[in-house]
Design a protein around this ligand. Structure first.
Ligand SMILES: *[C@@H]1O[C@H](CO)[C@@H](O)[C@H](O)[C@H]1NC(C)=O
Ligand SMILES: *[C@@H]1O[C@H](CO)[C@@H](O)[C@H](O)[C@H]1NC(C)=O
Length: 299
């Protein structure tokens, strides 16, 4: 292995990113199931359907439904990984160019990163919504007798709710992505500049991980209310002629706060934040390992 600066081609970065992303999903997915369950439960949930936090939710799912339920719906985010990644890269690139031109800037300033990230996040929403919808439907407790896997969810949504229903939750997903990116890019540069300079590769990786986790936590603080509402909007089966309880994003945020208290807007915050640290670590380690492997093959 040599340390000279060979430029890494886009295809290698892309594949390494996808492998890293899938490894992260495989390990962290149960936290996502727990997050959705906690977000979907409102103040009316009682008995076995009532989860008193994350640990209780884990215990109840394993006890009542079996361990494998912690992985139900995992194929949706796995299939989403490559198109999502492609959109993220392309959108960041293109929007970055557009904004730099529009503001006559030659470099990517922090304000421009925030703007670019937020717009790229909105663009990404169009790709992820159908996958997210399928995932939420399968993660819901009531889905066991209702849906027979991913294809069945798509078939039933299209048949019963219409093709357009595959895009239910687009608005709330945009809010979720735009606020996350704004928070993330808003602080990550600052955090990096405050951390002690690192000379070694491991040290740099550690700095990236710390900065990424802090940026991600700020993003999560901003976007969790939209995530709660998104889960509820996407779980609702649309019935023609009936206005769903959770419809537009902002009124739904207000409704949840009114009915269940402000704290309810932060349902799922802990599993979301818990995923960032170890999740970011897995991404970084796998990504680096794949790139190193490629370098070794080439040498
Ligand atoms: C999710 O939606 C389905 C169908 O509308 C419903 O039966 C189920 O109770 C909902 N889940 C929760 C936790 O509210
Ligand atoms: C809910 O959304 C639908 C479709 O966007 C819209 O036609 C309807 O008026 C909305 N209802 C309310 C109460 O906002």
């Amino acid at each position: 292995m040599s340390d000279k600066q060979t430029p890494i081609p886009f295809s290698v970065t892309f594949v390494a990113g996808a492998i890293a992303g899938i490894s992260e999903i495989l390990t962290m997915y149960p936290l996502d199931v727990v997050k959705t369950r906690v977000q979907l439960q409102d103040h009316t949930a009682v008995g076995n359907d009532r989860y008193n936090g994350m640990v209780d939710c884990f215990k109840k799912i394993i006890k009542q439904e079996g361990f494998s339920r912690l992985y139900r719906g995992i194929s949706a985010p796995i299939l989403m990984e490559a198109p999502k990644r492609a959109t993220k890269f392309a959108a960041n690139d293109e929007w970055g160019k557009i904004y730099r031109k529009a503001f006559g800037s030659t470099e990517q300033t922090q304000a421009l990163s925030v703007l670019t990230g937020a717009t790229a996040g909105a663009t990404e929403s169009f790709v992820v919504v159908p996958f997210e919808l399928v995932k939420i439907r399968l993660q819901d407790k009531a889905s066991a007798g209702k849906y027979n896997g991913m294809i069945d969810v798509v078939r039933k949504i299209v048949a019963n709710e219409g093709v357009l229903a595959m895009y239910n939750g687009l608005e709330s997903t945009m809010w979720r992505h735009v606020t996350w990116n704004a928070g993330y890019f808003g602080v990550i540069h600052q955090v990096k500049s405050l951390l002690p300079k690192q000379e070694t590769k491991q040290g740099k990786m550690l700095n990236d991980l710390v900065a990424g986790s802090i940026g991600g936590t700020v993003g999560t603080m901003l976007n969790t209310p939209f995530d709660v509402v998104k889960s509820r909007i996407q779980n609702t089966t649309r019935v023609p002629g009936v206005t769903p309880k959770y419809n537009w994003t902002l009124p739904s945020v207000a409704l949840v706060a009114r009915e269940e208290g402000f704290g309810a807007l932060y349902k799922g915050f802990i599993p979301k934040v818990l995923r960032l640290g170890p999740g970011g670590g897995i991404l970084l380690v796998v990504f680096t390992a794949v790139v190193d492997y490629w370098k070794a093959m080439k040498a």
